[in-house]
Ligand binder design. Sequence first.
Ligand code: EPZ
Length: 417
Amino acid sequence: MILIRGGRPLRGEVPISGAKNAALPAIFASLLTSEPVRLENVPRLADVETALQLVQALGKRVRWEAGAVVIEQQAPPTASPPAELVGRMRASFLCLGPILARRGQARVPLPGGCAIGARPVDLHLKGLARLGADLRLRERWVEAKAAGLRGGEVYLDYPSVGATEQLLLAGALAEGETVILNPAREPEVEDLGRLLSAMGAEVSWGEKVVRVRGRAELGGARHRVIPDRIEAGTYLLAAAACGGTVRVRGVVPQHLGALLVKLREAALEVERGRDWVEVVVKDRLQALTVETRPHPGFPTDLQPPLVSALTLARGESVVRETVFENRFGHVPELVRLGAEIRRQGQTLLVQGVERLVGTRVAASDLRAGAALVVAGLAAHGCTQVERAWHLRRGYQGLVEKLRGLGAEIWEEADCRE
Ligand code: EPZ
């Protein structure tokens, strides 16, 4: 569990780690080649460890060299990953496209729903079928066969991050060109495109379209994972909630565009340089109206910590979640800390209060956990965040980084640990 004595401003600079959601697809991209793939700036997180265990279970060798991970092995991956590893993390489903492309067959368990919603994979499967895969569902396993994937045109009904990544991965080893219409264009998806290009596929972006020209074989590559915009945004929102001055260093400021516009709208001073962003909070935040959207819209992963900051704003904020149907696990816990929040369907009405007061709360998922830490830092007295292991999936060195900003925060073992 994480314990916080809150109610004090944050001051200082915090270094930002590599992006979890860029590192995970990059690890699965290593399955496309027999040559070594060296990934730099990979964060040491529970989800990254799960992905590395999965590629190892499929036959890869993995070694860490300083901040980089090297993934290598000549033979094609085995056809089926252990169900337990796929069950632990939904992103594991991204191994389907690479295994199928390398071996001509794959057997991967369907990832179930999770705390933030049903999260189906229909768009992944429809897309792979368009590339010539023969797919069957048997007792919650996807059994796929393809005598050789062929490029084709795929239209995504929704710009799903995972489906776009799955199709880029499979398309990189398909014959000819794969055209994905209405793709996701999150920075992490673009980062995967850069890695695949470095491996020999040709990935090019147009207006609402991405094309990948596949190769019969892909080579190894050396790739630096982009900085984690969600981690950076969480620290900026912690400053917004607590007051003070916080600079996040080692970021790509353009990746934080929607958040920075909203922070300015809330009357914060925001400055940015080539690879840093700083917020200066002198006064109470102004209430905001925010809707989560695919990139470059406001990211759903920052909705929970944003709501935490808005619980202390002047006036009533309106926050609408359009990406996931159940991403509100933080709301009842914030109410326990004294927040005034009403839920109407997918919309939250957040009436700002003068102060939050610390108590015992529990994280239901990674970003809900981040929201509770942000609220706990701002709340008066002690907050105890239970089920804090969720935070280890996405925030490298969270406690140390917040201490570096002057927070009184420490971690103790939960019963699960
Ligand atoms: C990625 O999840 C991220 N995960 C999520 O980060 C992030 O919240 C999400 O993109 C949106 O930005 C990784 O990159 C590992 P989607 P993903 O496919 O790929 C529906 C975090 O906290 N959908 O864009 O699963 C789906 O149910 C995490 O770091 C279908 O209906 O997101 C959801 O409502 C959590 N059919 C919406 O689309 C499909 O086949 C967006 O999902 C696929 C998705």
